[in-house]
Design a protein around this ligand. Structure first.
Ligand code: DGT
Ligand code: CA
Ligand code: CA
Ligand code: ZN
Length: 582
């Protein structure tokens, strides 16, 4: 089954591909007219076909198209589209999407310069080979260089949380099929990477063709890139690629291992297999002659046969995990349930949406033991940051607050680090707080030396407990500012300041790499949601994933500590490092 919008997009695409082939303009126009007709229908084409409507009565639809559309309504690929896809390099469609190019110019570039994709196009444009072509010019060439970058940006990696949301209905659709025994998301998604290139689905089923067909029929499939016995790749409406593999139960573990990756982790495992005179592939671990399957049904079985402990997917990046799995030195990774304190959250006293009551109730409902109210300081005007007087009023409100049983509410603030590294609040007020989060929200463009000095100075302030979102990156929007994090981490270790892993999916800051560097340097980490609404307390798991990728245990993260130890840390009492319970 396919939606009208999708069929219309396919018809439009046929027009574009035909134009790339320099086909008869009447044919091109016929498909484009048909696209418009389908788009403007006020009911699903599929319903019309099922009711036996004569599609030839629709404007611009002849006999041949009527037959194709009937098939398309039931999810079959349009014949013309299938044929064209075989004849035209797929990368040319990216070229067509570059502003200022379009099908006619793309065809000229293809024929004159052999341009088959964005890389070719960029190279030719930068080499100045395009300006001289008939119908182009220096200006077009310049626009093309910028246009290529724009198309690439669009095709960039996505935030994991966005992908999670985008594929939820697809997973439900696939699980709905009765012959799907198991469905897992593998690849970088399973490894918990902060961004995802494409989605790798692994299904166990006795009826692979039906599973493949079911995916192709999913309503939001925009394009089938390829479909065979073992693998189908599709693009969803928003451009997200989904790769599906179907395997038998007996090969499930080996396949899950293979398609979870990472590639480098797999290389290590294959090396170990070869050392034992075996081979490892997506179907199993095999004896040298390939006759006997040594392991394959479960991941654990494969690891065990290779003399390794089962390794959590978050660690499978060839960063020393294979050696650790061999010697039994894998860390016991932190879990969401270990976290009992939220130390960075906002309320409607600044730019949050939830009142003190709403946020503290939400925290209690999530089973937290400690919740810090850390609204913004006044420098961040657009957030309604609290000045001294308003902060005093907030504390009065906190004193009067009916706190849920079992929850400890902390007085705190997310204090701006000003340009010179001083803090945006009076020292006597900072001294009266239970917890101070210090963050940079301005002057991202300072030279690295100045930025580093600024942040180090803030970390040295005797009242600061947590360095909030230490690099300022916003995934897909803003790069990290230039800063020497090694120096910042060293200062944090010296002054008993925790390095934050901000769990907001747009931030995940610090990332997995820096979290691990920080822990190695002896720093402690603090995972916080930076919630601006009660439901955002649920973002915690995104931060925990990054912590796991950083090899962190519960002990490395102050949010897991029992109150006496956390209290000692926040008060910078010597001795917080020696915990009695871990
Ligand atoms: P992504 O999609 O860029 O976020 O990253 P991954 O890790 O999901 O990479 P992807 O989708 O290309 O492949 C998924 C896993 O499948 C990968 O981690 C390892 C395995 N794999 C795929 N293609 C190959 C290959 O050509 N060689 C090897 N050794 N492994 C592969
Ligand atoms: Ca992938
Ligand atoms: Ca893939
Ligand atoms: Zn902030």
């Amino acid at each position: 089954m396919a939606s009208n919008a999708r069929i219309a997009r396919d018809l439009q695409l046929i027009g574009d591909l035909l134009e790339l082939q320099d086909a008869n303009p009447f044919r091109v126009r016929a498909y484009r007219n048909a696209a418009r007709t389908v788009e403007e229908l006020n009911r699903p084409l599929k319903d019309m076909v099922d009711e036996g409507a004569d599609l030839r009565e629709l404007p611009g639809i002849g006999k041949d198209l009527a037959v194709q559309l009937a098939g398309a309504a039931h999810g079959e690929a349009l014949d013309a589209l299938r044929e064209l896809r075989e004849q035209i390099p797929p990368g040319l469609l990216d070229v067509v999407r570059v502003p200022g190019v379009g099908p006619k110019k793309a065809r000229a570039l293809w024929q004159e310069l052999g341009v088959e994709g964005l890389d070719d196009l960029e190279r030719e444009a930068r080499a100045g080979h395009i300006a001289g072509l008939k119908g182009f010019g220096a200006k077009t060439e310049e626009r093309i260089v910028q246009g290529v970058e724009q198309v690439r940006r669009f095709a960039e990696r996505r935030r994991r949380a966005d992908v999670e949301q985008a594929i939820a209905p697809l997973l439900a659709w696939m699980r709905d099929l009765d012959c799907v025994t198991t469905l897992d998301v593998a690849g970088s998604f399973r490894r918990g990477r902060d961004t995802i290139g494409d989605v790798d689905l692994l299904v166990v089923s006795e009826d692979a063709p039906r599973v493949m067909e079911h995916l192709r029929r999913y309503d939001d499939v925009e394009q089938v890139i390829g479909s065979g016995d073992e693998k189908t790749s599709v693009l969803l409406g928003d451009g997200l690629q989904v790769d599906l593999r179907v395997v038998e139960q007996s090969a499930f573990g080996a396949a899950l291992l293979y398609f979870t990756g990472s590639k480098d982790h797999n290389v290590q495992l294959r090396r170990r297999a070869i050392e034992r005179d075996w081979t490892l592939n997506e179907y199993g671990l095999w004896s040298k002659d390939g006759d006997e399957r040594v392991a394959g049904a479960s991941e654990a079985e494969v690891y065990e046969a290779l003399g390794l402990r089962w390794t959590p997917p978050e660690l499978r990046e060839d960063r020393g995990e294979v050696e650790a799995a061999e010697t039994g030195a894998l860390p016991v990774l932190i879990e969401v349930e270990d976290v009992v304190s939220e130390l960075h959250a906002h309320t409607d006293w600044s730019d949050g949406t939830g009142s003190l009551e709403v946020m503290t109730s939400a925290a209690a409902e999530r089973g937290l033991a400690v919740f810090a109210v850390t609204d913004h300081s006044p420098a961040l005007k657009m957030t309604g940051g609290l000045d001294r007087e308003k902060l005093l009023r907030q504390w009065e409100a906190l004193d009067a607050l009916d706190v849920p049983t079992g929850l400890r509410v902390l007085r705190g603030m997310e204090v701006d680090i000003l340009e010179d590294g001083s803090l945006d609040m009076d020292d006597d007020m900072l001294e009266r707080m239970d917890v101070v989060v210090a963050s940079v929200h301005s002057r991202f463009g300072l030279p690295e030396a100045e930025q580093t000095e600024r942040i180090v100075r803030a970390v040295q302030h005797p009242q600061v407990n947590v360095l909030g979102h230490p690099t300022g990156r916003l995934l897909g929007q803003r790069e990290a500012y230039a800063v020497d994090l090694h120096a910042v981490i060293a200062a944090a270790v010296e002054h008993d300041v925790a390095i934050e892993i901000n769990a907001h999916p747009a931030r995940l800051d610090v990332n997995d790499h820096w979290a691990r560097v920080a822990a190695h340097a002896g720093a402690v980490l603090s995972i916080n949601t930076d919630a601006h609404a009660p439901e955002e307390l649920g973002l915690l798991r995104h931060g925990v994933l990054q912590a796991r990728r950083a090899w962190l245990t519960a002990a490395d993260v102050i949010n897991t500590w029992p109150w006496p130890r956390l209290q000692a840390f926040l008060a910078k009492e010597p001795g917080w490092r020696e915990s009695s319970d871990d």
